[in-house]
Design a protein around this ligand. Structure first.
Ligand code: CO
Length: 500
């Protein structure tokens, strides 16, 4: 068994290295590559991805996994080795179902679609994107057809982001969430609005940047194993557990973009940096799922970064950094301002109370597309109607409506719900963390985050991708993904801010 495990790890290490190299090219593309490099970069990425895919689907790998299954059956099912074979076999089984013609066509269609989407968005003209999105939805239907029939066709797509999560599970969770969130937003709307005008002033770029760096250094972001650069759409990417990089954007007239974006990406990076050495260069390095990843980023961004104890520590420093803008704004006003609830058009700018509704709308649309109950050409109309129904706002144009997100143009369907699930998991973990670390608020008030990070390392990060998301959440909190803690968090926090 040892020998075969060694062989397996050798192949997996090669795949990991190819993927890491591709990720580095991707990072460069979004940060420093001059525009003229795009075409050659596309070729380079294509070659690396093809090589990785060939290895991921090689008969040699399949044979090894098959041979190892009975051998590892005697091991502790939660051991690294048993999980390596289990997760590896699942990945292999999924990768080999998809014919390479589909992979090639998908790459071609989505490359064109992303160009068309950018054009459509800049002109606010959905018709430019329509034929491309129709092809993408067609490809998604074909992708589903490669797999044995599931309870719901959408399950196959969701599984790529949340292993073994079912559409029906997500519906149950969201059904519990939706009415309560709508009710809360309506109650808030009846109250006097908080003032956040002070956030929209002129804030020096470099000073903002440095402040953000100071915050995430205190969070525990290790600059020896990371770096921060600017990007139009902030993201985190890692090439090993010793090199996880973040990006941020700085808006000169709005403090929130840099502040919360930086903390968010740092949360993702801390997860990647906490992946254990023993799982490096295997299929088990990195994170459990996108929802679990998002639970980490949202925790540092919101449960920590938008909390009062956090600002009791950092606000005097922020005032020192921006005296002319903030010296007359008391802490309480600042805290309420950064937590202002207002239904709005754009998902990525949404506050904590309204965010999940943006997700539910997208999920419903994606499910309807996969059920064949919604034609792509009717998307703008359905989008606008749902925005009005859930948030009480109607986009003035498609750029600020159905065309706002990049995901569909990249062929990514099944992803959106992980954002909302991540919010829920962050609050679930937070309740548990506060039980385990009773003086956490006092620690945060002193700018101390090491106990919190240690908890996350121990309970979440060190498991890498060994456990499925529901399994991991159950292990740590005692229950599966559940909307109740997030609802408790929202009503407690916003009840206080809005005097409900
Ligand atoms: Co994120």
């Amino acid at each position: 068994m040892e020998q075969k495990l060694g062989q397996l790890k050798t192949i997996l290490a090669e795949i990991a290295d190819l993927s890491g190299a591709a990720a580095l090219l991707g990072w460069d593309q979004q940060t420093y590559m001059p525009p003229g490099g795009a075409e050659a970069r596309g070729n380079q990425l294509g070659t690396l991805q093809r090589l990785a895919h060939e290895r991921q689907t090689s008969p040699e790998l399949g044979k090894l996994l098959e041979d190892l299954k009975p051998l590892t059956a005697t091991l502790d099912p939660d051991s690294d080795e048993a999980r390596l074979v289990k997760v590896g076999a699942r990945d292999y089984e999924k990768a080999t179902r998809v014919p390479s013609e589909w992979v090639v066509e998908f790459a071609q269609v989505t490359t064109m679609a992303q160009q068309a989407w950018m054009d459509a968005r800049s002109k606010s003209d959905f018709s430019i994107f329509l034929p491309h999105l129709e092809k993408i939805v067609g490809l998604a239907h074909r992708y589903v057809s490669f797999f044995p029939q599931a309870d719901h066709p959408y399950d196959i797509l969701l599984d790529n982001f949340e292993p073994r999560m079912k559409t029906a599970d997500v519906k149950v969770i969201f059904d519990a969430l939706r009415p309560k969130q709508v009710e809360l937003i309506k109650a808030i709307a009846q109250q006097p609005q908080v003032d956040d005008a002070f956030l929209h002033q002129d804030f020096d770029d470099k000073k903002q940047w440095d402040f953000g760096v100071g915050v995430i250094t205190k969070f525990g972001y290790d600059w020896n194993c990371g770096r921060q650069d600017k990007a139009a759409h902030p993201f985190t990417t890692g090439f090993s557990n010793r090199d996880v990089r973040i990006t941020t954007r700085v808006a000169p007239n709005f403090l929130n973009s840099m502040l919360f974006g930086t903390m968010h990406e740092c949360g993702h990076a801390l997860y990647g940096l906490g992946s254990p050495d023993a799982l490096e260069r295997t299929t088990l390095d990195g994170g459990a799922s996108l929802a679990v990843h998002e639970s980490q980023s949202r925790m540092w961004e919101n449960l920590v970064g938008r909390s009062l104890p956090f600002w009791e520590h950092f606000y005097p420093r922020l005032q020192e950094t921006f005296p002319s803008q903030l010296s007359n704004v008391p802490l309480d006003k600042f805290y309420k301002g950064i937590n202002k609830v207002q239904p709005s058009l754009i998902r990525v700018e949404a506050d904590e109370a309204t965010y999940n509704l943006h997700i539910m709308l997208r999920l419903e649309i994606e499910i309807a597309l996969m059920e064949g109950k919604l034609a792509v050409k009717n998307l703008p109309e359905v989008w606008n109607a749902k925005m009005q129904e859930y948030l009480g706002v109607t986009p003035p144009n498609d750029a600020r409506g159905v065309l706002q997100d990049i995901h569909w143009s990249g062929g990514i369907i099944g992803y959106f719900s992980t954002y909302a699930l991540g919010n829920l998991v962050s609050a679930q973990l937070w309740e548990k963390i506060n039980e385990d670390i009773p003086n956490l608020s006092a620690q945060i008030r002193e700018g101390k985050f090491d106990t919190l990070l240690g908890w996350l390392r121990e309970k979440i990060h060190r498991h890498g991708r060994k456990f499925e998301p529901q399994e991991l959440v159950q292990k740590v909190t005692g229950s599966k993904i559940d909307a109740a803690p997030y609802l408790r968090y929202l009503s407690q926090k916003f009840g206080q801010i809005y005097g409900l």
